[in-house]
Design a protein around this ligand. Structure first.
Ligand code: DGL
Length: 267
């Protein structure tokens, strides 16, 4: 009984399955809490969405979930949304909000030559991202690759579809061995870590923000009681998902109950 009372409810939000890479990191640290994963597949891909639509949808969907479920912490597990939405969302809720932004600072510290930022077309053009580069990568050039195709390939891979390695090689070909660190600046891309690593070669270190986010979530939640029982992992989407059976299969392997529909109301 007391286990149920002390469990934290962690809401993780993304446009699609990318936030599952962040979920995995948080879950590794906090395996006994309740997780509510919400993805806005109706408006996916976020990397192609107008900023005002993205702000409105993210805030509305998150608030809709917060009204229905008691949430202890909100994780915007999407770089494209976090680089624009966080101040708006924080104004509208008193629940702590953790976002994910490209790991430019650790990448630049690690690099001896140049850094690549691989993200969505929206993230690479955001003022937030430009400011991160200006402030934290003063002596390392940051080469920018914005790709929605890589996001689609990550969605395909999670559904068990074969990935064409040569296509990934082509998308990243302009980097031409000129970098030694690549930032995975979209939460979908850790799902393609093996393929991206293969395309860039062993000498390039891949960095993402997942573990840092997990640390931040754990520290904001404070002391978590030792719990014997596992939490409940539920998953919601804003529209019927593409290849639902394959997707359900994949999320159930991670421990989630079947995907439930959670349409955006009144926007
Ligand atoms: N997973 C997202 C990110 O971290 C967005 C992918 C998309 O919908 O374009 O940027």
């Amino acid at each position: 009984m007391s286990n149920q009372i002390t469990k934290k409810n962690i809401l993780i939000f993304d446009s699609g399955v990318g936030g599952l890479s962040v979920f995995k990191e948080i879950y590794t640290r906090l395996p006994n809490e309740n997780y509510i994963y919400l993805f806005d597949n109706e408006a996916y891909p976020y990397g192609e969405l107008a900023q005002d639509v993205l702000i409105t949808r993210t805030c509305a969907l998150v608030k809709q979930m917060v009204l229905l479920t008691q949430i202890d912490i909100i994780v915007i597990a999407c770089n494209t949304a976090s680089t624009i939405v966080l101040p708006h969302l924080r104004q509208q809720t008193s629940i702590p909000v953790v976002g994910v932004v490209p790991a430019i600072k650790p990448a630049s510290i690690l690099s001896k030559t140049a850094v690549a930022l691989i993200a969505t077309p929206a993230t690479i053009t955001r003022q937030y991202t430009q400011d991160l580069i200006r402030d934290f990568s003063t002596d390392r050039e940051v080469k920018l690759i914005g790709s929605t195709r890589l996001v689609e390939l990550a969605e395909d891979k999670l559904r068990g579809r074969a990935i064409d390695q040569s296509e990934i090689g082509q998308i990243l070909s302009s980097l031409n061995n000129n970098i030694d660190v690549a930032v995975l600046g979209c939460t979908h891309f850790p799902l393609l870590r093996k393929e991206i690593g293969h395309a860039l070669g062993d000498k390039v270190e891949l960095i993402d923000s997942g573990e840092a986010i997990a640390r931040r979530v754990a520290s904001l939640l404070g002391e978590i009681e030792e719990e014997a029982e596992e939490g409940l992992l539920s998953i919601f989407c804003s529209a019927p998902p593409v290849e639902e059976a394959a997707l359900n299969n994949a999320v159930q392997l991670l421990g989630f109950t079947p995907i439930q529909l959670f349409p955006l109301q009144g926007v």
